[in-house]
Design a protein around this ligand. Structure first.
Ligand code: PAF
Length: 279
């Protein structure tokens, strides 16, 4: 495994080999490692990028304190047969202020409504990384459902010759979706945190049982969290196809939520396939 810090060196090393690529911000956990293993099954050189992207953090967010653990990350990646870890400095990716941005759709929806500019920052850095790595395939986790949706849309609409694979969310034994931000939780908050997933599962069960008043289901789920000290950004039932409010008779849905426990913002989602007749 080679640790590479510059674009020139990475391009020289890859020499046009269409890699399987996993972009990350580091502080790797089992969720990331599952994405890397998925990339490995593509039978191509595997590239993992580790870059805490300033463009996708808003003022007052956790850019400064986001954990940077490059050595430990490399120790986790080496046994997985990763070929290249690309860990550029901020100046390497942004040698001058980034004036051009990818302005994605749905920027005012779901997490976009609560993190202005976040998805423009994500799509911009992912497009830059795609241009640098020129992968054949790239893997993103379903945990960041809106991000995955937007990356797929960007690849489609910009005709990028990259297959996007989705990795299932990896969870702790108590159901909490693995996330680097879980490390911010106090022991009490960590004990409370699995309620987010349980609340989504309850909403999904109610849909499966025939409940169809989405506004009430969403409000009750949000209230269940608020009652236990969460500050809820949203709980929302959306169409898997559009990430907008589902149309009548749509059956492939996803329930998404974002909420804060103390200073830590957690997100999660569950997909729902309704049996006939849909909504
Ligand atoms: O999901 C992440 O870790 C980041 O948003 C990504 C895709 C690496 C872009 O910085």
């Amino acid at each position: 495994m080679r640790l590479i810090h510059t674009i020139t060196e990475l391009r020289r090393a890859l020499a046009g080999a269409g890699a399987a690529f996993v972009p990350t911000m580091g502080n790797l956990h089992a969720g990331h490692l599952a994405l890397v293993e998925q990339a490995g099954r593509a039978g191509r050189p595997v590239v993992v990028s580790i870059f805490v992207n300033p463009l996708q953090f808003g003022p007052g967010e956790d850019f400064e304190r986001y954990p940077r653990t490059l050595e430990a990350d490399c120790a986790l990646l080496e046994p997985l047969g990763v070929d290249y870890v690309f860990a550029p400095a901020v100046d390497e990716l942004y040698p001058q202020p980034q004036r051009f941005r990818v302005e994605p759709p749905l920027a005012d929806e779901l997490c976009g409504a609560h993190r202005p500019g976040h998805f423009a920052g994500v799509c911009t850095v992912v497009l830059k990384l795609f241009n640098i790595v020129q992968p054949h395939v790239a893997v993103f986790g379903k945990k960041d459902y809106q991000q995955l949706y937007l990356i797929r849309a960007m690849v489609r609409e910009f005709n990028l010759p990259i297959a996007i694979l989705a990795g299932e969310t990896v969870r702790a034994a108590d159901g909490l979706a693995l996330s680097s931000r879980n490390g911010y939780l106090t022991p009490e908050e960590r004990a409370e945190a699995p309620r987010l997933y349980r609340t989504l599962l309850t909403l999904r069960e109610r849909l499966a049982a025939g409940a169809r008043d989405l506004a009430t289901l969403e409000a009750e789920a949000a209230a269940a969290l608020t009652a236990h000290g969460w500050q809820v950004d949203y709980v929302s039932v959306r169409s898997q196809a559009t990430l907008l409010a589902p149309k009548p008779n749509e059956r492939a849905l996803v329930v998404l939520a974002a909420a804060r426990l103390g200073a830590t913002r957690l997100i999660d989602n569950v997909e729902v396939e309704l049996s006939e007749p849909g909504l």
